[in-house]
Design a protein around this ligand. Structure first.
Ligand code: MN
Length: 265
């Protein structure tokens, strides 16, 4: 390791200690109230987070507190691997994704106003090109963060799922064209969203169904769901580190993603 490499990492750590680099927690709390995606019949549904309390400094463990828990791979703030979708069958699971590809620059596309007016808002290619005009080209290994404002509803199931009179969830996402464009025409790691999954609430009715999953995972890209605190990220320049558990052939994993953000002192 050369001296400059040591300085680079030393400077990084020093800046984190001093607060010049702020570390933002992008995870929602994980507990038995954490919202879980609900698929209609006849599809199987994933189990939410569940505690099994083991010992609480009692006769089952006099000097310690610990728990077991059970949950689906796709519960709470979580990572979607390419093998999650049929279009990515045979591609990486969470265990085979290179660690290097868990770290990227956040490009935050803010559509909060549009989503306030229309909860079914779908990001367009135009939105992406306008972002690039204003903030520069999307770099290699970017995480495209769709900032919809939904993160603030993480603990409020009614608002989070926004089920309409039609019985359908009305939450924002990506147009099919935007997903295909990002997956194939930009060298991104993947996308991150504040909603329960990386597709819009109504995306089961699209062609193909759940097009963001389809095109992202077909191209070997990843998904991050149920993020929070994305309003604390700058439009460009934050570094997101999102590390799934190394579940053998896992299709996804709960994560505690963090973002490194440079602050002016
Ligand atoms: Mn998922």
């Amino acid at each position: 390791m050369g001296i400059s490499t040591i300085n680079l990492l030393g400077d990084l750590l020093g800046s984190i200690v001093s607060g010049e680099i702020e570390v933002i927690d992008l995870a929602q709390p994980l507990n038995e109230n954490t919202p879980v995606i609900q698929l209609p019949e006849p599809f199987a549904n994933t189990a939410g987070f569940k505690y099994n309390r083991l010992s609480t400094y009692d006769e089952t463990g006099p000097a310690w507190y610990w728990n077991d828990f059970s949950m689906g791979e796709h519960v709470g703030t979580h990572f979607d691997a390419p093998n999650h979708w049929i279009s990515g069958k045979g591609k990486d699971g969470v265990d085979s994704i290179p660690a290097k590809k868990m770290i990227g620059e956040a490009c935050v596309i803010n559509v909060t106003k549009k989503c306030e007016e229309n909860p079914d808002y779908l990001l367009t290619i135009e939105d992406i090109l306008r972002f690039e005009e204003e903030h520069g080209s999307i770099p290699e290994n970017a995480w495209i963060i769709l900032h919809t404002g939904w993160g603030k509803y993480g603990q409020d199931h009614e608002k989070f799922f926004n089920i309409g009179e039609d019985g359908q969830p009305h939450t924002p996402g990506f147009s099919k064209e935007a997903s295909r464009f990002l997956a194939n025409d930009r060298e991104i790691l993947g996308v991150g969203v504040e909603t329960v999954g990386t597709d819009a609430g109504m995306a089961g009715t699209f062609d193909p169904p759940f097009p963001n999953h389809y095109y992202m995972h077909e191209a070997g890209r990843y998904g991050l769901s149920q993020l929070t605190n994305v309003d604390k990220l700058p439009t460009r320049g934050a570094i997101i580190i999102a590390t799934p558990l190394k579940i053998t052939e896992g299709s996804g994993s709960p994560i505690r993603p963090i973002a490194l953000v440079a602050r002016q002192k």
